[in-house]
Design a binder for this molecule. Sequence first.
Ligand code: UGA
Length: 411
Amino acid sequence: MRLINSGISPIHEEGLDGLLRKNISAGRLRASTKLEVAIVNADISIIAVGTPFDGSEIDLSYIRKSASDIGMCLKLASAYHVVCVKSTVVPGTTTDVVGPILEELSGRKIGQTLGLCMNPEFLAEGSAVKDFMDPDRIVLGVSDQRAGKLMSDAYAPFCCKDILITNPSTAEMCKYAANSLFATAISFSNEIANLCASISNIDALDVMYAVQLDRRLSPIIGDDRIRPGLMSFLLPGTGFGGSCFPKDVKAFQAYGQKNGHNMPILHSVLDTNKSQPDVTMKLIKAAIGDLRGKHITVLGLAFKPGTDDVRESPALLIIKMLLSCGALVNAHDPVAMNSAKEVLMDDNLNYYNELSESILNVDALVLVTSWPEYKNIELIEALKNIPIIDGRRFLDKQKFPTYFGIGCSNF
Ligand code: UGA
């Protein structure tokens, strides 16, 4: 709390520190542990707590606790108030779990002095500030018109072209469907990539590029071709990680199963994704054989560039596998080193602050996170003599005589 009130974001997110400082100094933002004051003086409370997947369903204990705490505070006031769920929750949670807790503990009735909203969050890490300020769409799943009006007014300054007002369950479903589509695009690309790699003389990068150039995917308007963001998900790689896709697809699939739908596509999406770090390991072994005693540099620890988040990062899985095969690992990341150190320490793992030092005298280099600065390694002469394993198809394969890339049939 003290960190936030002094304008410092506890996470690495572009533009967030500046935004915190601007709004704190303008008196528009203040973090507090005094829940009662915060709730009673607000028109809208937003629940944005975690909903971890426990293996069979999402854990709603933080949601329940937040709803209880807010409900108790609302008992002390009488003005109209909307409680908005931002956390990713399965359909029915806002209406059937949050609503009843709020009504019971606040003594209020939804539709009278209490409104309910489910407003899924569509921010990607690394571009979260931009995504929030300039949203693609805003989905408001509301209990009634009055709640819808208050929520739409709150979002009015963001000038979003598309505000979808619906019911809470539909809003909850939107979030899972959206994340599952992108995760499916990644696993689809990786399934094709793994097939390409097993056949001589096919590079999945060329194949996927040709697929992307279909004008239904990349429309041509006038003389220009539009490159929609989805295209960056139709690429071969070492799989998706982070706090969203893996958890959400698992939770969605479990939710489907609970409702009598096996969700076979999502099953396969998860299976393919689970095997991608192994595919990277196979490439490393194909490149340098027995890993015992070999010095290997892993470039990138964050689950993707632009963040210090290492949750479900394929890099950590790959490092663990390398260590278990007896390799000596050098690790580098421009911002995620401290987060990685909190979860992964080993005598045979050395963290390097300097990229140039991390790549000295090693037997192979494995790129797992496509941080823009890693492009510079294409210019380093000393790396022309060692195998480069590109887990993101980020480097120019022509620049390295011994290049191994996912989806590239080179061995
Ligand atoms: C994702 C969604 O993109 C957001 O719209 C959503 O709001 C957010 O989850 C959420 O649920 O909160 P995020 O997890 O931050 O955002 O990151 P993405 O940029 O979507 O990347 C997810 C993973 O896919 C990363 O591990 C990335 O490396 C991987 N990825 C991406 C690939 O493996 N291949 C690709 O071609 C593209």
